[in-house]
Structures are given as C-alpha cells and as structure tokens.
Design a protein around this ligand. Structure first.
Ligand code: SF4
Ligand code: SF4
Length: 445
C-alpha cells in the first residue's frame, strides 16, 4: 500500500502541461534585484556599496547573526542602488540592484571541485551558510540551521522531498530526471553528516519515471531507499511527509530534527551539492511557467533576482492577457498584481491563468457539511475556527489549536460555500503570534 497521511484533498494536477518540458536556461539582460529578506530569519547585511563592480557568485550580502542567509550576485555588473523594492510578497524590501553587464563573468573559485569526505560537519554548514542555500520548496528556511540538530548521531531519516504536490509545478520533477547525479551527490553529503540516518526519496506516485530512475540508481545502496507516496495534497508538507514516511508526528512546537528527521526539498539538496562539491553558491533556480496564458509553458532556469516580466518575455510571452497571476503553486502561492518584481530564491513557479481557468464563485453560508474538517491534514475543525476568527475571538482560535494550521488551503478548496477559511487562519495566526510576542516582551520588562 502507498504511504500517505490522514486528510488532504485530490486536486486537478495540471502537470501534463510542463512535465515533459526539459529545463531551459535563460540569461536575462536587465537589472537584477536582490531583496535582503528572501528567507525565514533576519535580513542579510549588504557588503557592497553603490558603484562596486561584482561578479557572478560574489557574496553581496552576508547572513546576519543567528537565523539568516547570505545573498550572492547572479549576474556580473555594477551595484546601481541599495534601496527598497517591491517584492512578490507585496512588501517593499531593502534590496541590492545590479546593472547587468550581460557578460556573466564568474568569480574565479566557482566550479572548483571539493571532496565532502575531507570536510567536517561544521565546515559543510559554513559553506551552506556562505552560499546562501535555503529551502527552495517555498519555505526559505536557512539550510545550515536545518543541518544543525542537537546531536548529529540522533538523526534517523534524511527525507528528500520529491512530492511536489502543488498542482502545475514540475520543476522538481525535471530536476529529479535531469540532475540526478547532483541530487544523489547532495544526499551522499547528508548521509556523511548524519552517520546513523537512512536516506529516503519520498516521491508522489504521479511521477513514475522519477521513482523508477531513482530506485534503479539506489537499489544497491544499503542506506538509501525510494518511498512512493499516494498522490494527495498536501503530501509534500513537511509534517504530512514525515508522518507518511516514518509514522512520526510533528506539531508547531516541535522541529523535525527533534523527532529524528531532516527534510530537504529536491532543489535544495542539489543546491547543497553545488555549494559543497562545486564551490558554487546559490545563484540560479528552476521555475515552472504554466497556465493557459503562456505561449511556451515550461521549466526555465533563471538567475535569482531576474525581473519576472523579463522571465516571461524571454520564455516567449503571453498568448493572451492573464486573468490571474500566481507566484508559486495555486494552493499556497501568492497572487501577483504586477510582474515588475524580482525572482526570489523561493520562487518555484509563475502561473498565468486565463479567464476560463479562473472561477468567480461567491461565498455563501456554511452548511455544516464537515468536509473542511475531513480534509484538514492537521486534524483541525475549520468551520469552528473561522467562526471564532470572524467574531474576533483570537483566544478561542488558539484554544482550538489554530496555530497548528499549516495554511495548506485544503479546507478552502473543499468548502462548497466558498468560505475563505485559509485566509482567515493566516490572519488569525499572525494575530496570535503578535500577541505572544507582546506577552514575551512584557515578561522581560
Ligand atoms: S466545508 Fe465549508 S460549508 Fe462545509 S462545514 Fe466547512 S466551512 Fe461549512
Ligand atoms: S485549517 Fe489550515 S491546515 Fe487545516 S486544511 Fe485549512 S489551511 Fe490546511
């Protein structure tokens, strides 16, 4: 029987549009923009000034103390400005702007081979930190922190997340097929760091050729296996994945390594390999462009920092004006009102839907059907939670374990009354987090 988790929803996948589209590199000519906050944690600190000349792979912002991530130039050129710029999140974020000289001249060390067997764990973590590697599946959690459990010997599982459960997204699918050596190399580094761990490729069963290829390449490896998963959303959510693979449960106050697990997305594992073995910091990523509005939907490898409008233009533009634009997947992505924003480390996709693909259902009253509770992977009761949020009772929301919500969107998707449940919970979780912070600050005074 295929592994899975309780709850979840079955979605239209839309992956056939791009799953056979091989990754194509794009080299833009426009300015590159690097927000200093592209990750969870503190913003990076610029180490360049206006007028400086920079090369591809040169660190232009250092990770701040604690939880943070560095930023490297992804084009060569001149620093034009350090100023607030609009980002995908809709916020203005302090950013480094580079006037692209279109030469793509790299720093001399890029590509130098290194053998991870010669490196200690702290050296590998330092390389990941200096290379700006973060979770590329969308979370943006700094990888060096994820690789720092209390005890390296107490990690039982390294789970490589190849679920890619969001509809339309196929960049990880293509990476598993096209950059398999780097992916396996990344897992070897992780197994070297955590000597008691088993490596598990966790892949939804809608990607049979990835399962077949990785099974064939790892069948004689005593510490690696492939775990096919039932195709169900949100199978790729960290908690759902850990439960499906190991039967262990994680909640909002427990980190995966506290239950002996480390989970890395496919693209992140490859980025770690490139940083450690090829001395190449995180400078490019693969983005899926999908939806009926595109002329050439596909998978494109672009320098991080590229303006999304330029990505679209280089990929062949739109065949008709999109009705809806989303950065990321349709369930957890961010709706965009402009393409004049830079590609970030966490930008896995750009979806452009036409009028036909976008519904305009109106909200009606809750009919107490209970479908939202059945779909919730966190076993919450969304119809009750939303009532508490709507009457402004944040304490009640918290008592109903609202902070365990992973914002997956399953409840909103399944709700026949079209109630924007997830949006309410995102708002309420922020309110609770603000309240907790105020209480903590009050305690300190
Ligand atoms: S799915 Fe929608 S209509 Fe059904 S109980 Fe939940 S909130 Fe109410
Ligand atoms: S309540 Fe949260 S975790 Fe549960 S289905 Fe809704 S969005 Fe997902």
């Amino acid at each position: 029987m295929k592994k899975t988790f309780r709850g979840g929803v079955h979605l239209y996948e839309g992956k056939q549009i791009t799953e056979n589209a091989a990754i194509q590199p794009l080299n833009p000519t426009g300015d590159a923009v690097y927000p200093l906050q592209q990750h969870i944690g503190r913003p990076a600190v610029p180490v360049v000034q206006k007028g400086d000349t920079v090369l591809v792979g040169q660190r232009i912002a250092e990770a701040a103390d604690g939880l943070s991530a560095s930023v490297s130039a992804t084009v060569s050129g001149t620093v034009k400005a350090i100023e607030p710029r609009l980002t995908i999140s809709g916020n203005m974020v302090m950013s480094i702007v580079i006037d692209n000289d279109e030469q793509y001249t790299p720093v001399s060390e890029i590509g130098e081979e290194r053998d991870f067997h010669d490196l200690r764990n702290d050296e590998i973590r330092q390389i990941a930190r200096e290379s700006g590697v973060v979770g590329l599946g969308g979370a943006g959690f700094p990888t060096d922190t994820k690789l720092t459990p209390a005890d390296d010997n107490k990690i039982d599982y390294i789970i490589i997340n190849g679920a890619e459960c969001e509809p339309y997204l196929t960049s990880d699918h293509r990476l598993m097929l096209e950059q398999t050596d780097a992916l396996l190399g990344g897992l070897r580094i992780l197994l070297h760091m955590f000597p008691n761990a088993e490596g598990v490729f966790a892949i939804e069963d809608n990607k049979p050729e990835c399962i077949k290829k990785l099974t064939h390449l790892t069948e004689t490896h005593p510490r690696v296996r492939v775990c096919p998963l039932k195709t169900k959303y949100p199978q790729g959510g960290e908690r759902s994945l850990i439960y499906a693979v190991t039967g262990r449960r994680v909640h909002s106050r427990v980190l995966p390594f506290q239950v002996g697990c480390i989970v890395h997305n496919v693209a992140t594992t490859i980025a770690l390999y490139r940083a450690v073995n090829e001395s190449t910091p995180l400078v490019r990523r693969v983005i899926t462009l999908s939806g009926d509005a595109f002329n050439n939907p596909g998978n494109y490898e672009v320098p991080i920092g590229t303006n999304l409008q330029e990505v679209v233009d280089l990929a062949g533009g739109f065949k008709q004006p999109p009705k809806k634009l989303i950065a990321g997947g349709p369930m957890m992505g961010t709706s965009l009102f402009t393409l004049d924003v830079p590609t970030m480390k966490t930008t896995s996709a750009l979806l452009a839907f036409t009028e036909d693909e976008v519904g305009d259902a109106k909200e009606t009253a809750c009919i107490r059907c209970g479908r939202c509770a059945q779909a919730c992977p966190a076993q919450l009761v969304p119809q009750m939670m939303v009532r508490a949020v709507r009457r402004g009772d944040i304490d009640e929301f918290e008592k109903m374990y609202g902070m365990e919500c992973v914002s997956c969107g399953s409840c909103s998707f399944i709700c026949p009354a079209h109630i924007p449940l997830t949006q309410s919970f995102i708002y309420a979780k922020k309110e609770v987090a603000d309240k907790r912070r105020r209480e903590k600050e009050g305690d300190k005074k």
